[in-house]
Design a protein around this ligand. Structure first.
Ligand code: ZN
Length: 468
């Protein structure tokens, strides 16, 4: 069997895609979008690989765009086969892909308008990779992959999904390949979550594999503990509520908003913070929250208990959902205390920009940063303490305070990655570290070599791995 890496390798964190080929089958594991710098986004295309033309099936680990974002390109090479994913991943992937098509169209239109208005230095507008129609074309091809059941997805290729603890529906995949009388087991970690994270169950490790593809996003460090982060957030929020301040939280629609609501419900229940108005100002986050409610079977014990007892709903009575732009604008005229959660997560677009423009110059405003802020984004400028920022071409003074709450990550830190690997290490697999920058995967490789006597390989994009 042969595995070709069409993304998330060579130090890139995005674009996950593994093409697995045997004499009888061709299966793609994840087909994610490259995200970030334009140099990286240029890689977003159908790889020139004849294996894609004879593709039998796709298997998804989870719904993040960097794992499913190139799926709508596949019908262009005649792919009409099944796309296997857990039911929650199917729901979330549909939401995320539709949003992606929408954002790509809006970006292209905005760039075209700016060029028309004579902004010459604007590069030619990026062509959208795909449209809403392309997303609709792939949707009927989704097939439910239940957790912990072996499903034959192509001749001689069976997969089993187990909890990865990274986001709702996320899975690690064990692939059992039978070819010419031999059986080999290849494990794909997918993105792994931290142990003990709220709502999600812990990642399930494996006992035996011939090869392991392990993500290494945070291979070089551990996060601040969730416990410490929650304590810090509690202090900031309690003070803001007492002072009737406005809190602005830039969020991506899926994951963080639901986690924050869940944690706040716990704080209200214990009386640590008095209930106060919370606005979920994002139609996509509202839809994602509905999807979480449809899949409470995936919650961990504590979250299930809180949901089933009605305590979750009872303690979230102050949450209001803003679907329309008018509802969003109306928040400008409302007095604090309040928390507004809005996208985009790195303040690069979306409703959060309007709230920042309106409130950054007001003392008493707090910006709560709970997600990663890439170099060059407005979110990063705020984190770095800029005193003036530019929003919609307008100079805005920053008198608001900015609080970085770093422990809400959905990713396993170095210790959790090593713990997960320790369980499969005795079977002495070949190990490939993917989905991490070089500065993250090299230290992880060294630690695995020291502890287990296995030297992990650090593959490049396009690399072909023969497993015999
Ligand atoms: Zn992910």
């Amino acid at each position: 069997m042969r595995i070709t890496l069409h993304g998330a390798a060579g130090g890139e964190v995005t674009g996950s895609a593994y093409l697995v080929r045997t004499k009888t089958a061709s299966v793609l594991l994840d087909f994610g979008m490259f995200q970030g710098a334009s140099r990286v986004e240029k890689l977003n295309a159908l790889p020139d690989d004849e294996g894609l033309r004879g593709l039998d099936a796709v298997v998804l680990t989870h719904a993040h765009l960097d794992h499913c974002g190139r799926l709508p390109l596949l019908p262009r090479v005649g792919f009409a086969g099944p796309v296997y994913a857990t039911p929650a991943t199917i729901d979330l992937a549909e939401l995320i892909l539709r949003d992606s098509a929408h954002v790509q169209k809006a970006d292209a239109e905005r760039a075209a308008r700016r060029r028309e208005h004579g902004v010459r230095r604007v590069k030619p507008p990026p062509e959208p990779l795909y449209s809403q129609e392309d997303v609709e074309k792939i949707r009927p091809q989704f097939r439910a992959l239940p957790y912990d059941q072996s499903v034959e997805v192509a001749e001689g290729v069976a997969v089993r999904a187990v909890d990865a603890g990274h986001m709702l529906g996320s899975a690690s995949i064990e692939m059992t390949v039978r070819e010419e009388g031999r059986t080999r087991v290849v494990v794909f970690s997918g993105d792994l979550g931290p142990r003990g994270a709220p709502i999600h169950r812990d990642p399930v490790p494996f006992r035996r594999a011939d090869a392991v593809f392990l993500e290494s996003t945070y291979g070089d460090r551990d996060h601040r503990s969730l416990h410490d982060t929650v304590a810090e957030a509690r202090e900031v929020i309690a003070k803001a509520v007492a002072e009737r301040g406005k809190m602005l939280m830039p969020v991506f629609a899926v994951g963080r908003p639901q986690l924050i609501l869940y944690l706040l419900a716990g704080e209200f229940l214990r009386g640590a913070i008095p209930p106060f108005p919370i606005y979920m100002d994002s139609p996509m986050a509202i839809e994602a929250t509905r999807i979480y409610e449809r899949h409470t079977e995936l919650f961990d014990e504590e979250a299930v208990a809180m949901y089933n007892s009605g305590e979750l709903r009872a303690n979230l009575g102050t949450v209001q959902y803003c679907r329309t732009a008018d509802e969003s604008r109306a928040l400008n005229d409302r007095e604090g205390p309040m928390l507004i959660m809005a996208g985009a997560g790195m303040c690069t677009a979306g409703r959060i920009l309007h709230h920042l423009r309106h409130n950054l110059g007001r003392p008493g405003t707090r910006v709560l940063v709970v997600g990663y802020q890439a170099e060059g984004s407005l979110g990063r400028l705020l984190v770095d303490g800029r005193k003036t920022v530019s929003i919609f071409g307008e100079k805005i003074p920053v008198t608001a305070s900015v609080h970085t709450l770093g422990g809400f990550s959905g990713h396993a830190g170095q210790s959790d990655l090593l713990n997960w690997f320790a369980s499969v290490a005795p079977s002495n697999p070949r190990v490939f570290l993917t989905h991490g920058e070089e500065r993250a995967r090299k230290p992880l490789a060294r630690l695995i070599a020291v502890r287990h006597g296995i030297s992990p390989e650090l593959p490049a994009i396009g690399q072909v791995i023969d497993l015999d």
